[in-house]
Write a protein that binds this ligand. Structure first.
Ligand SMILES: Nc1ncnc2c1ncn2[C@@H]1O[C@H](COP(=O)(O)OP(=O)(O)OP(=O)(O)O)[C@@H](O)[C@H]1O
Length: 593
């Protein structure tokens, strides 16, 4: 997958658009953080006053007052920290949700070819792990960065005010810290990116195994799949261990710096007190303030790591979100009115190649499907039949040439209106995890029960009436499992129910037995009156539905005519259909109308 050539921070910076609604909250959070820091910094200064004043001079009342002040400041600080963190987490979770929404909506708008070319696990990991990483950065990483920098600057300024020679030692420790962080950033970036990709790969393997469990069991491949999973999991584990080691080493280095500095400060401070250059209270305050630097320095490692991961996660998020939907409404696209559609479909010198494919699938297809006609598309497997029919509802767009509906380029009408007049049923029918009724009325939510009943009759799907809750039975992945033929019939009923002007059927009866297929065909012939139907066929029995057949070969239409005409005139067609017929033992007696 090509990576962005922008500055590494480019995409992470773009996520600020999701922060915009919370800009005021962020200002408040930072203000609350600054107050918290100020309160935290005030404590060592109070300690200094306590030691140099009441402690050394036996002033009990002053000691009590300073103690009460320290307690109050401590409590206010704790309360502010609670409020800030809660607000931080809350707003960041909202940002994550809206990013996830955008990702999902954009995915829905992307072309079928995009989805075909992407591993589902990679998409899944972007929607889950990556967005959680970005959320952590936008909530904690970013605020930590601002507050810790503010704390460090304030503390160092106060240290200079207390005793500058020792403050210089503390300031100088920024040098090694900067160097370590540079090294860390470089190495961590590669590991973080690799790990995020590996998480996506692992998710894909897990999902494939779940989806293909029957196949795995049937072919006795459980061990093989388990080994594959372990291999991917081990790669991820190795990267994670390497990353953890890198983080631990860096953490140790980051920790060592303030500790070494502290030792120098203790010795130097004691000498300064002995030589009356510092009071005891000032030394105590100096050390207490310096201890306050340990957390920001420690957090630096976390922030760099988190920022690195967030940069990668943002790159991965925008990699999808920036992908051009390719198939969208053209400017000025017209709304197709159902009543105006006659139903002539014309392919005009259509050429098409799949991205990254070595050759064109369609190489100049010219074909006219007359209004109300039922036209079958035949051809050897892989000839491009599904590709050709996918152009009509614009699941893909032609690279060259045009697909015309009643003389109008399908790209000149809105997708929504096009898809209300063109319905599709595929060979591999998908039923969503919802009721049979909802699945059937996907394209016509307003269909009446009588219309649903009629569609069920057409596709011979009586079985739905015997399901436990009839039409309200939940099917799909989270519901009742149906057979391939049952699912095909429901998918066909779904298409029929939209009362389309153009019906595209991509071998929709392949899973039915010959007897049921014949019943469905007979009923379909009735409802197809007045509907232009383009049907991808593999079996001669399905050809019986068609008025004419177009034979697709070598990316062009090699012949159009009735089944008998093509059988008589086109030996290749005869060979393809006879082979299929021999397989099914069913050519005899079949003939197109
Ligand atoms: N999403 C895709 N990306 C790349 N190549 C594809 C894609 N879909 C199909 N192809 C290729 O395009 C060619 C035509 O495929 P298509 O599915 O249109 O053929 P078909 O005639 O419908 O085949 P079948 O009869 O087996 O269903 C095949 O070589 C196939 O491998």
């Amino acid at each position: 997958m090509p990576r962005s050539t922008h500055h590494p921070l480019h995409n992470l910076w773009r996520t600020r658009s999701y922060m915009r609604p919370y800009a005021a909250l962020y200002v408040w959070m930072i203000l609350a953080g600054v107050v918290t820091t100020a309160l935290g910094v005030a404590l060592p200064l109070i300690v200094q006053r306590v030691v140099d004043g009441p402690v050394l001079h036996g002033d009990d009342r002053g000691l009590f007052l300073l103690g009460a002040l320290a307690l109050a400041l401590g409590l206010v600080e704790a309360l502010l920290i609670f409020i800030r963190r809660w607000v931080q987490a809350n707003s960041a979770l909202r940002m994550e949700t809206s990013m996830r929404d955008d990702l999902y909506r954009h995915l829905q708008s992307l072309s079928v070819s995009f989805h075909d070319g992407w591993q589902s696990g990679q998409l899944l990991s972007r929607a889950t792990t990556d967005l959680a990483i970005i959320r952590r950065f936008l909530s904690f990483g970013l605020i930590f960065l601002v507050l810790n920098t503010a704390t460090a600057i304030t503390v160092v300024a106060l240290l200079f005010d207390l005793y500058w020679p020792l403050a210089l030692v503390v300031a100088a420790s920024a040098g090694p810290l900067f160097w370590f962080s540079q090294q860390f950033t470089r190495r961590y970036n590669a590991a973080a990116r690799l790990m995020q990709d590996q998480q996506g790969d692992l998710a894909t393997v897990a999902e494939e195994s779940a989806g293909g469990i029957r196949l795995i069991k049937a072919f006795g491949r459980r061990e093989h799949m388990a080994e594959k999973f372990t291999r991917y999991a081990r790669d991820l584990h190795d990267t994670a261990v390497g990353k953890a080691l890198m983080v631990s080493r860096t953490w140790a280095k980051f920790d060592a710096v303030p500790n070494v500095t502290l030792a120098v400060v203790l010795v130097g401070g004691a000498l300064a007190v002995a030589r009356d250059r510092m009071t005891v209270g000032e030394l105590v305050a100096f050390v207490s303030l310096q201890l306050m630097l340990i957390w920001p320095i420690d957090a630096l490692g976390y922030i760099i790591a988190n920022a690195q991961e967030a940069m990668t996660a943002a790159d991965r998020f925008y990699e999808v979100v920036d992908t051009d939907p390719a198939i969208t409404d053209r400017p000025g696209a017209a709304v197709l009115e159902r009543g105006d559609v006659g139903g002539e479909v014309r392919f005009d010198n259509v050429r098409f190649a799949y991205p990254d494919a070595p050759a064109e699938v369609l190489r100049g297809v010219d074909l006219v499907v007359r209004p109300g006609e039922t036209l079958a598309i035949a051809g050897v497997t892989g000839a491009g039949k599904s590709t050709l029919v996918s152009l009509v509802p614009r699941l893909i767009d032609a690279d060259h040439g045009r697909v015309l509906l009643d003389g109008r380029d399908v790209r000149d009408v809105t997708l929504e209106s096009l898809r209300t007049v063109v319905a599709v049923a595929f060979e591999e029918p998908i039923l969503f995890s919802m009721s049979v009724r909802e699945n059937l009325t996907l394209g016509r939510p307003d269909a009446t029960d009588a219309e649903i009943d009629e569609a069920i009759d057409v596709v011979q799907a009586d079985f739905v009436r015997t399901l436990p809750w009839g039409l309200d039975t939940r099917v799909g992945e989270q519901g009742l499992s149906l057979s391939g033929g049952q699912r095909q019939r429901l998918a066909l009923a779904r298409a029929v129910l939209t009362r389309p002007k153009v019906l595209v059927l991509d071998d929709p009866l392949s899973a039915l037995d010959v007897h049921t297929e014949a019943l469905v065909e007979r009923a379909l012939t009735r409802v197809l009156t007045g509907t232009t139907a383009i049907i991808v066929v593999h079996r001669p029995s399905t050809v019986a539905l068609a008025d004419r057949v177009a034979f697709l070969s070598d990316g062009v239409i090699a012949g159009v005519g009735t089944h008998s005409e093509l059988l008589a005139t086109n030996p290749s067609y005869a060979a393809v259909l006879s082979a299929a017929a021999d397989d099914a033992g069913e050519l005899a007696g079949e003939g197109a109308r």
